[in-house]
Write a protein that binds this ligand. Structure first.
Ligand code: G3H
Ligand code: ZN
Length: 287
C-alpha cells in the first residue's frame, strides 16, 4: 500500500534491520518488486531514477502504473515510490506526480549550497507529506575503475544536515554503484559509526547495494543503515537470464515469442535477487 508513513523506516533503524530500495524500469519490474515484497510481508521502496522515469513515459505515468498495480495486487505492505538521485528539477517533477518519497542528490554542490537547497526541498516535501532523503558525500561509481573515488561523508556535515527536518540521510563510506572488484577497500565502518552517533537517530541510507558482501551489509545495518539501494544486481540478473533463455529457445516453441514468455525467466531471476536481499536485510514479516 502506497504510504508516506516513515514509521517503518524508524522501526528498521531502531530494531536493527534494513528496508530494500529496488529500482524499477518497467511495468513487470514494478509488479515483481511489489508482489515479492508482499509475499515476504516486507515493507518496500521502489526506486525510480530520472532516466528510468523518462524511459517509462514520465513521473506521472510511473505513479499511475505503480498505484494501479498496488491496487490490483492488493499490496498490503508499506510501499514508498521514491525518486532516486533526484536533481532540483527532478524533485519538483516527482512531487507534482505524487511520488511519496524523494532523494535530493546534492553532493555535487558545496556543503552550504547543499544545505540551502535541501531546506527549500524540505518545505516542498512538508507541504505534500512526502519523505525526504538527503545526501552528504558523493557515492563512487563503477566507472571509477573499481576504486572508490567518491567523497567520504564528513561526519560534521552529516550532523548539521541531521538537524534539518529530513527523514533519512545517504552516506558515502566507500560504497560504489555497480559491481565491485576484488581490490576494493571495503566500507569504512569507523566513518559510519561516527556519523551514526551524531545524526540524531536519523535512518541512514547505503547506496550501491549490488556488490557489498553480506557480512558488510549486516554490519552496516548494526551501525544505523536502515535503507539499502539495489539496482545493478537486478539488471544483470535480468539480462543474463533473458539472454540464456533466448539462446537456448531459439525456435520459440509453444508461442515462446510472446512477451510474457520471453520475459518470464528474466523476471524470475529478478525475483530471486529481491528475495535474497530482503532476507539479508532482515525485513521479512516486519509490517
Ligand atoms: O541509487 C541506486 C543504488 O545506489 C543502486 O546501486 O546499482 O550498485 O545496486 P547498485
Ligand atoms: Zn545510488
Amino acid at each position: 500500500m502506497l504510504t508516506a508513513n516513515k514509521k517503518f523506516l524508524l522501526n528498521a533503524y531502531q530494531k536493527g534491520y534494513g528496508i530494500a530500495q529496488i529500482n524499477i524500469n518497467n511495468l513487470e519490474w514494478a509488479k515483481i518488486v511489489l508482489t515479492t515484497a508482499n509475499e515476504l510481508k516486507s515493507p518496500i521502496i521502489l526506486g525510480v531514477s530520472e532516466k528510468a522515469a523518462d524511459y517509462m513515459g514520465g513521473f506521472k505515468t510511473v505513479f499511475n502504473m505503480v498505484k494501479s498495480l498496488d491496487e490490483f495486487y492488493k499490496i498490503s505492505v508499506p510501499v514508498l515510490l521514491h525518486l532516486d538521485h533526484g536533481s532540483f528539477e527532478g524533485v519538483k517533477q516527482a512531487l507534482e506526480a505524487d511520488f511519496n518519497s524523494i532523494m535530493f542528490s546534492a553532493s555535487g554542490y558545496s556543503f552550504e549550497q547543499n544545505l540551502t537547497k535541501t531546506k527549500e526541498i524540505i518545505n516542498l516535501c512538508r507541504q505534500k507529506n512526502v519523505l525526504l532523503e538527503a545526501e552528504i558525500g558523493g557515492i563512487g561509481k563503477e566507472e571509477d575503475d573499481f576504486n572508490f573515488q567518491g567523497d567520504f561523508s564528513d561526519p560534521k556535515q552529516c550532523h548539521l544536515m541531521s538537524l534539518l527536518d529530513i527523514d533519512m540521510l545517504a552516506v558515502s563510506i566507500g560504497n560504489m554503484h555497480g559491481e565491485y572488484s576484488s581490490n576494493w577497500n571495503g566500507l569504512n565502518f569507523k566513518v559510519l559509526e561516527k556519523i551514526n552517533k551524531i545524526t540524531n537517530k536519523k535512518p541512514l541510507v547505503l547506496h550501491g547495494g549490488t556488490g557489498i558482501p553480506d557480512e558488510m551489509i549486516k554490519k552496516s545495518i548494526s551501525l544505523g543503515i536502515a535503507k539499502i539501494n539495489v539496482n545493478t544486481a537486478c539488471q544483470l540478473a535480468f539480462a543474463k537470464a533473458t539472454r540464456e533463455h533466448i539462446f537456448y529457445n531459439k525456435d520459440f516453441n509453444d508461442r515462446g515469442f510472446e512477451l510474457s514468455k520471453l520475459f518470464k525467466p528474466g523476471f524470475l531471476a529478478i525475483k530471486n535477487i529481491i528475495k535474497k536481499k530482503i532476507r539479508l536485510f532482515g525485513s521479512v514479516n516486519k509490517i
